[in-house]
Structures are given as structure tokens and as C-alpha cells.
Design a protein around this ligand. Structure first.
Ligand SMILES: [Fe+2]
Ligand SMILES: [Fe+2]
Length: 456
């Protein structure tokens, strides 16, 4: 533990907060900060100014006229957006300038942090008391403790990651092997850097399974980061499998923050494209589309796991209710819906593999590049729509407990569940028709070969 304290002190000493970042942080919560004061702070740092102007002129904003000064950037983008942008870029430089990648894939790491940042800001955008830009920067920095472990204890951390792989025991394993969790260490570093409390709270609470209402009933940014983390699909510190307990905990937080299921579904269905554009915007390398596509395929594996888990639950349920005819009928309906869902996942997987093959073929084709690009873009779009469709179906399935008939439920509650099952079967049938046509060439999907085989 003494060793750990020394390492934290070393980290804080090596990675000192630049004066410009400190000044920006004190301006962060100040609604009265004007263009001149923010511009003056940013202009003190030449490299930050250069990066800010580069991203302000990037394709993300599709501007006709070039932005040449920090003042112009602020008047066009807004003071809050420029502060958030400058903070994000500074934080990335402060923590992301790591060369070491032996313990962890840094692109995966930043993709996860960006995903949580995007989700946090989207969740906060509907809450009048919160600033989405602040939620974004808090989300971006939530795994600061991991940066410490990666840089200061890479070999030990690799050991932790190997032991905790495919479990939800990362923090427990960190404490067992290293003596502290990344949430705890991150919060300590945030305090040493004197970051505002919203950062420290977001870092220290992002893994909490449950959250309590604050005494005055207000909602805090760290709560949005906590919820965002539970919806993140990519990252080394998230639970790799979906459990009923986790789904229930997530639903409880949604209820507590008064967020409607349609709202969160709308946010999550578009998160990946927002992550890609924010990465371009902030000039953060999160890997190439190939990597993202294989990630998308990995998501399907996760869906299979969910499917299997529901089947097991269903089997257990079936044996418990076999004496009750009406309940047995409910269980049979569940069996049917699970079968359809399994076929749907397979069909999605085939559609994705087919599109991957098309993209790969386009890379080696002798056609004009622009034509290939168009086809590749259509394939990517088809993959995106496929993933969205399957996510929409999964969101239906993720309503915790709804499809489980209560063992001692009344006849009316069983009838209600039967109706919900019917609605889900209709949802599956609807997507089933769409998915059959998901192919960039419009051809019927045939049994795919391996997407990356040299023969394709
Ligand atoms: Fe974490
Ligand atoms: Fe995380």
C-alpha cells in the first residue's frame, strides 16, 4: 500500500495539470464567463489553440467559412461547447499521451470512454439542472484510475485483467492484487489535481450497482455517468455478460432518474455513430472500421449469451409451473419467441458477415475507388441498420422481469403477460422481414463464408 501511495504521488507529479487546464476548470461552472475571458485562457496555450481551430474547422461542423481565431470559434460554436472541447482535448493529452499498450488496447480504452461521455451527455441533455458538456467531460475521464494502472503498474495490471477477464470482478481483483480499485485511485488523483467535485464523484461512483437519491432529490452528473456506464457496450471494465440482476439494477436507476424506456432506447441506438463522429471531432484514434465491425460481431455473441440465459430461466420456470395450464401456455409462448429470436440473431450475423465480405472484396476490386467507396458505405450502412434492428429487439427483451410470469400470479396477470409476449412476437416478425433484405446488392443472403478468408 505504501508503494501504491508513492506511485500515486509520482503519477500526480509527472502528469501535472497545465495552468491553462486549471484556469478552464475554474471557468467550467461559471455561467457568466464571457468570450474574451475564455479566449484569453485558451490562447495562452499554442498547441491547444491549434488543435481547437483544427477541430472547429473539421468536417464535423461542415462550415463554409474557415474559423481562424479562438474568438471566432467561441462565437460560432458557443462558449460552453468550446470550454468542453478544450477540456476534453486537454484531458486526452494529459492521460492519452501514453505510449504503453501492453496491458490494454488504448483504442478500445478511448472508444469506451468516448461512449460513456456521449451517453452521459445525451442523458443529461434532457435534465434541466445539468449541463451536457460537463457530463461529457466527466464521462470522458471516468476511468482515470485505469490510466494510472496502465502507466505506473503495467505488468501487474495485465495480470489483473487476465484474472478478471470474462467476469464482473474487475474492481475486486484490482483490490486483491493491487490493493485499490481504479475507481478509488482515480478519485484520489482527481482530488490531488483539485478537479471539481463533479469529476471526483463521477470517477468514484461509476461502478456502483445502485444509486440513492440525494437528500434534496436533485440529480447529479455522476448519476448520469453511472447510468451511461451501465449502457456502455464496449470496454474492459464493463460486465461482459448480461445478468437479470444487472438489468434490474439498471431499470431501477432509470426509474429513479425518471427516464422513459423510449428515451434511453433512442439514445443507445445512435451512440456508435456519435462516438465515431466525436472521435473525429476530438482527433482521438479509436481504430478503423474493420475493428469496429468485428466489435459489432462480438456484440452478436453477447446477444447469443443473453438468448441462452433466457432459455435457461425459461426452462427453470417451465418446470416450476407445469401444473398450471394457463401458465404452461405462457411458458410455451416464451419458448416460441425465444426460437424466433435465435433465428433472428443468426440471420443478423449472416447479414453482417455478408456485408463484411462485400467490403473486403471492394478493397481489392479493380473498379474506380469512388464507386467502391459508395458500395462500402452502403455495406456499412446495412450493417449499422442490422445492429440497430437487433438492438431494438434486445431492448424489448431487456425489460426486466416482464416476461417472467410470477409463480403465484393471478390469472389476469398471466393474461397480461401473454399479451406482452404476443406484442414481442409481432415485433420479431416485423424485423424478420426487414432483415431478409439486408444486403448491399439487394441479393438474398446466402450462407456466408468466413468474412476474412483469403479466397473471398
Ligand atoms: Fe471503470
Ligand atoms: Fe469504464
Amino acid at each position: 500500500m505504501h508503494n501504491l501511495k508513492n506511485k500515486i504521488a509520482d503519477f500526480v507529479r509527472i502528469r501535472t495539470i497545465p495552468p491553462v487546464l486549471n484556469a478552464l476548470l475554474s471557468e467550467l461552472a461559471d455561467d457568466h464567463s464571457n468570450i474574451d475571458s475564455v479566449s484569453k485562457i485558451i490562447s495562452q496555450d499554442i498547441s491547444l489553440t491549434a488543435r481547437l481551430l483544427r477541430v472547429a474547422n473539421s468536417a464535423y461542423y461542415k462550415r463554409q467559412t474557415e474559423i481562424r481565431t479562438v474568438n471566432q470559434a467561441i462565437s460560432v460554436l458557443g462558449t460552453r461547447a468550446v470550454k468542453a472541447l478544450a477540456l476534453s482535448v486537454s484531458f486526452f493529452d494529459l492521460t492519452g499521451g501514453l505510449e504503453y499498450s501492453g496491458a490494454i488496447n488504448l483504442r478500445d480504452f478511448w472508444r469506451h470512454n468516448l461512449e460513456v461521455a456521449v451517453l452521459s451527455s445525451q442523458i443529461a441533455s434532457d435534465m434541466p439542472a445539468l449541463q451536457p458538456e460537463e457530463a461529457f467531460t466527466c464521462g470522458l475521464l471516468h476511468d482515470l484510475g485505469m490510466v494510472f494502472f496502465i502507466q505506473m503498474m503495467p505488468d501487474e495490471y495485465r495480470q489483473v485483467l487476465m484474472q478478471a477477464a470474462n467476469t464482473d470482478l474487475l474492481e475486486k481483483t484490482e483490490i486483491k492484487i493491487l490493493g485499490a480499485s481504479h475507481s478509488g485511485i482515480g478519485a484520489e488523483i482527481a482530488s490531488a489535481w483539485r478537479l471539481p467535485n463533479i469529476f471526483r464523484d463521477s470517477i468514484s461512483n461509476h461502478h456502483l450497482a445502485e444509486i440513492q437519491n440525494s437528500a434534496d432529490g436533485s440529480i447529479s452528473i455522476w448519476q448520469t455517468v453511472n447510468l451511461a456506464h451501465k449502457y456502455s457496450r464496449q470496454g474492459i471494465d464493463i460486465c461482459p455478460y448480461i445478468s437479470i440482476e444487472n438489468l434490474r439494477a439498471r431499470q431501477a436507476i432509470l426509474d429513479r432518474l425518471n427516464i422513459k424506456p423510449e428515451k434511453i432506447a433512442a439514445i443507445t441506438s445512435r451512440v456508435q455513430e456519435k462516438v465515431i463522429s466525436m472521435a473525429a471531432y476530438l482527433d482521438i484514434d479509436i481504430g478503423d472500421p474493420w475493428n469496429l465491425l468485428s466489435r459489432a460481431n462480438a456484440e452478436l455473441g453477447e446477444l447469443y449469451d443473453l438468448y441462452e440465459k433466457v432459455i435457461i430461466d425459461n426452462g427453470r420456470l417451465q418446470s416450476e409451473i407445469e401444473r398450471n395450464t394457463e401458465k404452461r401456455m405462457t411458458a410455451e409462448s416464451m419458448g416460441a419467441i425465444l426460437q424466433s429470436f435465435g433465428q433472428m440473431v443468426k440471420s443478423c450475423n449472416e447479414a453482417i458477415k455478408n456485408n463484411l465480405r462485400t467490403i473486403q472484396a471492394l478493397l481489392f476490386a479493380a473498379e474506380p475507388a469512388s464507386e467502391n467507396q459508395e458500395k462500402a458505405a452502403r455495406s456499412l450502412e446495412a450493417i449499422r441498420e442490422t445492429i440497430n434492428a437487433i438492438n431494438a429487439i434486445v431492448d424489448e427483451f431487456r425489460q426486466p422481469g416482464e416476461l417472467q410470469p410470477p409463480l403465484n400470479g393471478s390469472d389476469s396477470s398471466i393474461r397480461e403477460i401473454n399479451q406482452k409476449i404476443k406484442a414481442r412476437m409481432e415485433c420479431l416478425a416485423r424485423y424478420s422481414n426487414t432483415l431478409k433484405t439486408y444486403s448491399p446488392t439487394g441479393k438474398k443472403i446466402t450462407a456466408p463464408e468466413e468474412p476474412f478468408s483469403s479466397s473471398s
